[in-house]
Design a protein around this ligand. Structure first.
Ligand code: UDX
Length: 446
């Protein structure tokens, strides 16, 4: 039997991984994006962002003719496919709620295409949208533009994505679960069947639910993970006040409790990236709009706001006034294995250090080009970690890239002017570092 044809609207992390995932399994996939540069790169087999493992799979999909990316051709790709995944951005507005302009435009274009389509098409919202959006915004626009009825003439599902940057492609093809929120049973059945073909013998648990429950599952999952991080950071901050207490050991022991689990208990300078900060804010705004004040989530966010500035406080404790002090920052991306600096914890750290008059040199294995677009020549950029720490008064580990783990205490001691090392991600073993340099690990009582 011929495989159904897939279209994808928006080729950011979620859209491109979805497109490449289906193309790699032999589906014919057409994508459409508003950005011509992005589309051109994709058609040449080059991912428009740094993502391990994606390049080979993308190249293979393009070479086999299973994937093509068009510019602003939503109507065409919908017309020529059976399922359309919508993965456009839902950026934050100043009040924390999400901006639905891209979702609205995509829905209008899909609706226009549906108006001319003979066969029953299924639209699947993959973008992260607050509960009620698929039903109230997407469905209404699709019906208005197509002059057809949802659930009868066309199908509509909400199917959130849980991929992590740095392992985005692997997460797409090896999901923990598939959540299918469906407007009508038939659309849900068809999408379930599509995923069963996609995953074959490795099909993960499939959760069938309503549109708004599916929307909430995504937010609740991210908010839970963000809560774990702010929780362990709170414990880290407490540990620092208690002689002999170490958050690393606390987290390791807590993680052995099956009800808690070991993941997302790494204390550090807080969470960043394109999802957690935005999603926690959006869930707070959405909850307030529904009439419930989500105090727990507000605290999660507040802890995350102050956490990165601890690195600056530690600097001041060691050096006093920071004016003209040389500070080395190791790591710029919001986490290792990505060049993404959206909401990276280094941004508030740099802003505060600049305000205090410090001279900053930064190094990151891949994020320097992005950092230059944010900080221009306000800071210096080093070509390696060693060059970065040379002649500095204090070094802060901001992102836990593997290559920083390999730096030896002697290297900090011999290259730095004053060997003050703030370990904002707890990547070094206490024993090796404590005697040779002034090692200040986050979350350790002294
Ligand atoms: C996250 C979710 O994990 C993913 O399911 C969702 O689809 C998108 O958002 P991502 O933003 O790629 O993925 O990164 P993730 O690995 O979850 O890390 C997010 C942030 O939390 C990073 O800044 C990371 O440094 C921080 N973090 C993570 C901690 O500070 N401690 C931890 O224990 C784990």
């Amino acid at each position: 039997m011929e495989k159904p044809k897939i279209s994808v609207i928006g080729v950011g992390y979620v859209g491109l991984c979805t497109a490449v995932g289906f193309a790699n399994k032999g589906f014919s996939v057409m994508a459409s994006d508003v950005d011509p540069e992005k589309a051109e790169k994709i058609n040449q087999g080059i991912p428009p962002f740094h993502e391990p493992g994606l390049k080979e799979k993308l190249k293979d999909s393009i070479q086999k003719g299973n994937l093509a990316c068009l510019v602003n051709q939503t109507e065409k790709v919908v017309n020529e496919s059976d399922f359309t995944f919508v993965a456009v951005g839902t950026p934050s507005k100043p009040d924390g709620s999400i901006d639905l302009k891209y979702i609205q435009t995509a829905s209008q274009d899909i609706g226009k295409a549906l108006n001319k389509k003979e066969t029953c098409h299924i639209t699947i919202i993959k973008s992260t949208v607050v509960p009620g959006t698929t039903q109230n915004t997407v469905k209404s626009i699709l019906e208005q533009e197509s002059k057809k009825q949802c659930g009868k003439d066309f199908g509509l599902c909400m199917n959130p994505e849980f991929l992590r940057q740095g392992s985005a492609f692997q997460d797409t093809i090896n999901a923990d679960r598939v959540v299918i929120g469906a407007y009508d049973k038939q659309s849900g059945d068809k999408l379930e069947e599509l995923y069963k073909t996609f995953y074959s013998t490795h099909t993960p648990p499939i959760i069938r639910t309503t549109l708004s429950t599916a929307e909430l599952i995504k937010y609740a999952s991210n908010a839970m993970l963000a809560t774990k991080i702010s929780f362990i950071n709170t414990i880290a901050n407490m540990c620092e006040k208690i002689q002999g207490a170490d958050v690393k050991t606390v987290a390791a022991a807590m993680g052995l409790d099956k009800r808690i689990g070991p993941l997302f208990l790494d204390a550090g300078l807080g969470y960043g990236g394109s999802c957690f900060p935005k999603d926690v804010k959006a869930l707070i705004a959405c909850s307030k709009a529904f009439g419930y004040q989500p105090e727990l989530l507000e605290s999660v966010e507040n802890v995350n706001k102050t956490q990165p500035l601890k690195a600056v406080q530690f600097c001041k404790q060691q050096l006093g006034n920071l004016k003209d002090k040389k500070i080395a920052l190791l790591g710029l991306s919001f986490k290792p294995d990505t060049d993404d600096m959206r909401e990276a914890r280094v941004i508030p750290i740099i802003n505060q250090l600049l305000q205090d008059g410090a001279k900053i040199t930064a190094y990151d294995p891949v994020a320097i080009p992005i950092a230059k677009t944010i900080f221009n020549n306000q800071i210096e950029y080093a070509p390696s970690a060693i060059e970065c720490i040379k002649n500095t008064d204090c070094c802060i580990i901001v992102t836990e890239w593997d290559e920083f783990r390999k730096l030896a205490p002697e290297e900090f001691a011999s290259y730095m002017k004053q060997p003050n090392l703030i370990d904002g991600r707890r990547i070094y073993k206490l024993e090796g570092f404590s005697n040779k340099i002034n090692y200040i690990p986050l979350g350790l009582g002294r």
